[in-house]
Write a protein that binds this ligand. Structure first.
Ligand code: BGC
Length: 866
């Protein structure tokens, strides 16, 4: 008989699909979802079956039973895996009486775990250092003779710079901008590809690579930036491992016998774009017939492979193709392409032209009149170009090592014999799994949600960046700190953020401070010696958020030294004698709409209030983290400091009753949502906050510090009407002002575009910054009504709160335990709702009439008259 309990195939750490080849964990933790089970099912035990095939090709199977109710990130139950080992894993569960059927199995293959696994050398172009030209891209070639037919083959590669590999003329993989951006001198990722099918046994095969400067040595940073940030010579490090059907193994690794040539990409830069000259193409250069006798043999540079790591998260891939909504010929003869959506990615053009003809592509987020407005890009050129060669009249072309943030492309050179036959936009970002969905009856709110979603997609390009278009695109700490909880409601961010936090800890350790952006790019005006709260507090808050959303205590354990070092730094360096955090470089409520456009840090809320509130939040998190990790001494110590500083905070910034001496939306939002006020003070504070919102007619008055939490502060203190007033206001500044001005992403400033349609003249005028989109969390939790009261959604609280004239809402979220959802309608005082609680979670629902009911797993519906 078929079991009523159905278990999904297990998840191995955070890896999915193609990214399971070459994992870096020797003891990966396992999780599973119970897709269906009778109501009230309670897992009491699990059994994991592991088929292992070791490096010597021997296979064996183990089954391991564990008495446990856990199903998220359970410890690896067997001996540690070794490099190159393959595993196939299935799971079943029991309620103590009967066992479920076995799940389908998931497979994974371990990458190269130790430095001694690498035979490759880091090869560099064979020129003296002064002949390394900024932006040039090289081809690298190696012909290998395979001795017999191939049973399996893996290509392991990394670079100082960016690479793309091909074998016998066929591209390897679909990811771009590899090996991504990490703090290269601490952690350099390598990629693993199964290339068995690309090789031909018993004959010559060619390994080909494109090598570009990328983040490693390309121009990066503000005010013109710098080159050679991580080193002055780009390099490639690659190893092909072949297992013949005879069982014999052979390794081909990069060394002095590999050869370099110039490529037809004459310039490539992340900010500036890419130039391609087809007259410089070397036909069939990565096939065996090609004669490479004029190519130069590689030089080798010193490289320590102990920094090599397998990726924690997904690579950057094309996730969508967008067709233009309009193509217009401008008076100056250029063509303007509008994709109707702002995003990060690049063009793919199909064109026809004659030799020597040049076509240029410029990118921008907005128009001014009918031409593209590139001023907000500052020093980033964002310009690509293509020169036709003799060989091909018809080409399909896309750049390789650059990326742009844009909605509009302006094309110059479509004249004479040159014809554009097709143009599409390819959207690129870290290929994360989508987890959250939200839609309600108010289309403006839906557009706001979509705008935040698009800003997230545009800014999760290997690392969490501030913006995708201008001369920054840096891993700004404050931006992800405030947007993290919203991001976690949209996509599975564990891999991307987990990896980035490791870089943060490594750089903090090296520099003695949390850099403003990670990886750190030196350059004024952001010196390392200075730091500020909200940005630096990412070290405590973001690991805590990951723990809250995914139930992963591993991330807390790993990041604890970093979190503690940050808090200690603040206490020692930024606290004054009165116990207030008044020192440091405090940007505080950055981009408060009332700050002068050229001085976004001059917000109305006292920077010391913001910094002290954030320090209190970090102290509390640190104490709770220490408690979870069993470090009782630290738990008590930081709890004590929290209590002492909390009293100082109240005395300095609030009256005994709970009125803020600063009286700003941000001051109240921080004190209420960070739990710094007593119950009665919080009530008074909530009332005053609501009156400030009413007095401001619903217009927003918060920057980075207040925006993510101001709606929570209102709804938590019983002011749902004012929360909806703020959310739904369309006057400038407000969330829906941006929507009403046609925004398709979240803007950096509330008024990046002014009410008359002109572009704000301030320096910080991006149209794609997710920080002010941190309202997403509130949409899910309050309108949608999905909240969690135990880490990892182990306990879910459904609390839909209709308001603002919204008549229906549907919210879905893929929790670590499985999909939870809630749909509701509210019409003529009738409220009806349907919810789904995944197996493994407990839950309750609080209906709008105040009734609270306990919920078991499965589907439930409720109706009340209000
Ligand atoms: C970035 C921000 C960042 C800020 C720091 C800006 O240039 O784009 O998003 O957090 O600097 O103040």
């Amino acid at each position: 008989m078929k079991s009523a309990v159905v278990v999904d195939k297990p998840t191995i750490e955070y890896h999915h699909g193609a990214d399971l080849t070459g994992i870096g964990e020797s003891c990966p933790r396992l999780s599973w979802k119970i897709l269906s089970a009778p109501s009230g099912f309670d897992q009491k035990a699990y059994e994991i079956k592991i088929y292992r095939t070791n490096n010597a090709g021997e296979s064996f199977c183990r089954s391991l039973r564990v008495q446990s109710t856990e199903q998220i990130l359970v410890p690896w139950p067997d001996t540690a895996l070794t490099s190159r080992e393959k595993v196939e894993i299935a799971v079943r569960v029991s309620d103590g009486q009967t066992w479920s059927s076995w799940s389908d199995s998931e497979t994974a293959e371990v990458g190269l775990l130790s430095a001694s696994d690498w035979k490759a050398k880091m090869i560099v172009p064979p020129f003296p250092a002064d002949r390394f030209i900024h932006g040039d891209v090289h081809l690298i070639r190696k012909c290998v003779q395979l001795k017999g037919s191939v049973a399996s083959a893996r290509l392991y590669t990394t670079a100082h710079g960016l690479f793309e590999a091909e074998i016998n003329g066929i591209r390897v993989g679909t990811e771009i901008l590899q090996p991504g951006w990490t703090s290269y001198h601490h952690r350099l990722r390598y990629t693993t590809h199964d290339v068995t099918k690309l090789l031909s046994g018993g004959t010559e095969n060619v390994l080909g690579f494109w090598l570009s400067h990328g983040w490693y040595k390309g121009r990066f940073g503000f005010l013109g930036g710098r080159t050679n940030i991580f080193g002055d010579k780009e390099g490639l490090f690659s190893q092909l491992e072949v297992v013949y059907t005879s069982g014999v193994k052979e390794v081909f690794s990069s060394d002095e016998t590999w050869k370099f040539s110039k490529s037809p990409i004459t310039f490539s830069g992340i900010y500036d774009g890419e130039h391609y000259d087809a007259s410089k193409e070397l036909a069939d250069w990565s096939s065996s017939q090609y004669d490479d006798s004029t190519w130069l043999s590689a030089h080798v540079k010193v490289f320590d492979p102990s920094v090599l790591i397998a990726p924690d998260g997904p690579p950057v891939r094309c996730t969508e193709i967008i067709q233009p909504v309009q193509i217009t010929r401008l008076k100056n003869g250029r063509h303007l392409v509008d994709f109707g959506q702002n995003f990060s990615g690049r063009l793919q053009v199909s064109m026809k032209g004659i030799s020597g003809h040049k076509v240029t592509f410029r990118h921008a987020e907005v128009l001014q009149g009918d031409t593209i407005c590139t001023r907000p890009l500052r020093h980033a050129q964002a310009t690509d170009s293509y020169i036709f060669g003799k060989k091909h009249r018809n080409v399909v072309w896309e750049t390789k090592f650059t990326i742009h943030g844009f909605r509009y492309a302006e094309i110059e050179g479509l004249d004479g014999d040159c014809v554009l036959t097709d143009v599409v936009a390819k959207v690129y970002h870290s290929d994360m799994t989508r987890t959250g969905y939200f839609a309600c009856s108010d289309n403006d709110v839906n557009r706001l949600f979509d705008n935040a979603l698009w800003s997230m997609r545009s800014n999760f390009v290997d690392i969490p960046t501030d913006c995708p278009q201008r001369d920054e695109r840096l891993g700004w700490t404050g931006d992800i700190q405030v947007f993290g909880p919203s991001a976690a409601f949209l996509y599975d961010i564990r891999g991307v953020i987990g990896s980035w936090l490791k870089d943060l800890a490594a750089e903090q350790n090296e520099y003695g401070n949390v850099p403003w952006y990670v990886p750190y790019v030196p350059g004024a005006p952001w010196p390392l010696e200075q730091a500020g709260n909200l940005w630096g507090d990412v070290a405590t808050i973001t690991p805590w958020d990951l723990f809250q959303y995914y139930g992963d205590t591993g991330v807390l354990e790993r990041q604890y030294p970093s979190a503690k070092a940050w808090v200690e730094k603040v206490l020692v360096d930024f606290c004054d004698d009165s116990g207030i955090v008044s020192k440091g470089a405090q940007l505080a409520d950055w981009l408060d709409p009332l700050a002068p456009p050229d001085k976004p840090e001059l917000a109305l809320t006292d920077p010391a209030l913001v910094a002290t509130a954030y320090t209190l939040k970090s102290l509390r998190i640190l104490s709770e983290t220490a408690g979870i990790l069993g470090n009782i001494a630290d738990e008590k110590h930081y709890q004590h400091l929290f209590e002492v500083m909390n009293n100082i905070f109240i005395t300095a910034f609030f009256t005994d009753e709970g009125i803020s001496k600063n009286r700003t939306q941000t001051a109240y939002a921080l004190a209420i949502t960070f739990g710094l006020l007593s119950y009665s003070q919080s009530k008074v504070a909530g009332n005053d906050l609501a009156s400030l919102v009413r007095a401001n007619e619903g217009k927003i008055a918060t920057g980075f510090a207040g925006t993510p939490i101001v709606l929570d502060a209102l709804s938590q203190t019983g002011h749902l009407d004012e929360a909806f007033m703020l959310l739904l206001c369309k006057e400038c500044p407000s969330w829906l002002y941006q929507v009403s001005m046609g925004a398709t992403t979240i803007w950096e400033r509330w008024d990046s575009m002014l009410p008359d349609g002109t572009i704000n003249l301030g320096e910080m005028t991006s149209f794609n910054h997710y920080a002010l989109g941190s309202v997403i969390k509130w949409l899910y939790q309050v309108i949608g009504g999905i909240q969690f009261t135990e880490p990892g959604f182990k306990r879910i609280k459904f609390k839909p709160q209709p308001g603002g004239g919204i008549t229906k809402c549907s919210t879905k979220f893929d929790t670590p335990y499985g999909l939870t959802s809630i749909k509701w309608t509210y019409l003529n005082n009738h409220f009806e709702t349907e919810i789904v609680l995944p197996v493994g979670c407990t839950g309750s629902i609080e209906l709008p009439d105040g009734q609270v009911k306990e919920v078991t797993n499965g589907d439930h519906s409720y109706a009340v008259v209000l």
